[in-house]
Write a protein that binds this ligand. Structure first.
Ligand code: ATP
Ligand code: LTN
Length: 329
């Protein structure tokens, strides 16, 4: 069975973008692949997080993984810091990455261009840690949203470089990007991706949003003045995004939705999208509440960390050996 691995940063609350671009796919893949998913908590602290809030977000993220349908009997689910080899291999990867490579990462470049203050060294080297996350498990596939493709490509380069220097050590992974829903855009600015770190949260739906709040974000979503329901991503990006959301969550094709609403106004399409989103959120939230009450999170994480460590610890020992970092005694 091929192995698949992915992670989500629990910075703030998980969003509908995370669900459509990532989580939903993990759930679909868990039957056909050996699935490893982790909470990328080390990746969160590249920017300061209020400790109590971070702790709450970690718990919520695990509960949401389970509420969205990840099954701990099929997938290995764990917290990144519970497996120490991530930080260790992250450092080793940073020592095999050139500054020029990190400078080319668009996520980092965009933050620089926005003139963000107080950017940390951890943020700059974060693709090295992400490469370690993946390579520790010899993952075959990495299902991610569009924004992470470049990081997986860097991971491939680093794996090949390491293998060339030290001999075959790592499997070279492939990114897996879904055809629909790999980049859900902000409802208030369809030129930007829906992001949990958006300044205002008008354009971002959180999986734990009250249903009324979610509906209130969708109805005024920015569209265009063309006035025709059709698929034109270039000229009608906001509308296209709504259709893509509705399609991803309903299982209908985008064309099918367009043909139903072609003669109706944008209002009807928005109302339909809001219905589909609210149905999805309602069922996730119901399961979320049960999971929080059942207190199963601790046991899921404990078992997940044991399974993950068994793989990762072996790999980090092999890495240290081929580099020459070990003395046998
Ligand atoms: P931020 O919103 O702060 O930029 P993020 O949500 O991109 O963070 P993660 O939570 O680590 O960061 O992302 C987890 C997964 O969700 C990744 O695979 C990412 O590509 C995917 N993802 C995030 N936002 C979207 C989106 N708007 N559309 C589709 N996929 C997304
Ligand atoms: N960098 C990703 C989260 C992430 C990840 C990973 C995804 C950290 N490590 C390994 C896939 C595989 C993000 O910010 N979205």
């Amino acid at each position: 069975m091929k192995r698949m691995l992915s992670g989500i940063k629990p910075t703030g609350q998980l969003t509908l973008g995370n669900y459509i671009g990532a989580l939903r796919n993990f759930v679909n893949y868990q039957d056909d692949y050996e699935m490893i998913v982790f909470i990328a908590n080390l990746h969160c602290i590249t920017e300061y997080q209020e400790p109590a809030e971070l702790r709450k977000n970690l718990t919520d993220a695990v509960a949401l993984y389970l509420a969205c349908g990840l099954d701990p009997d099929k997938a290995t689910i764990f917290l990144q810091t519970d497996v120490h080899a991530h930080a260790e291999l992250g450092y080793i990867m940073a020592c095999n990455t050139y500054l020029g490579e990190l400078n080319r990462m668009t996520q980092f470049k965009d933050k620089m261009a926005k003139g963000e203050k107080n950017m940390t060294a951890g943020l700059f080297t974060y693709p090295c840690l992400m490469a370690a996350d993946i390579l520790l498990y010899d993952a075959d596939y990495v299902p991610v949203g569009e924004d992470q493709k470049q990081h997986v490509e860097l991971t491939r380069d680093l794996a090949q470089r390491f293998n060339n220097r030290y001999g075959e050590t790592f499997n070279v992974p492939e990114p897996l990007i879904a055809k629909v829903g790999a980049r859900i855009m902000s409802l208030s600015d369809p030129s930007k991706k829906m992001s949990k770190s958006e300044e205002t949260n008008k354009g971002c739906i959180y999986l734990l949003d009250d249903l009324k709040v979610a509906r209130k974000k969708i109805m005024p979503a920015v569209t265009d003045s063309v006035g025709k329901v059709q698929l034109d991503k270039q000229n009608q990006p906001g509308l296209y995004n709504l259709i893509e959301i509705a399609s991803s969550l309903s299982g209908r094709t985008m064309e099918d939705i367009v043909s139903e609403f072609a003669d109706q106004g944008y209002g009807k399409l928005k109302a339909y999208t809001a219905d589909v989103v609210c149905d999805t959120l309602a069922s996730i939230q119901e399961r979320y509440t049960q999971i929080i009450e059942s207190r199963q999170i601790e046991s899921v994480l404990k078992e997940g960390a044991e399974k993950a460590s068994a793989i990762a610890d072996r790999k980090i020992e092999e890495v240290k050996k081929v580099i020459g970092l070990e003395i046998k005694y």
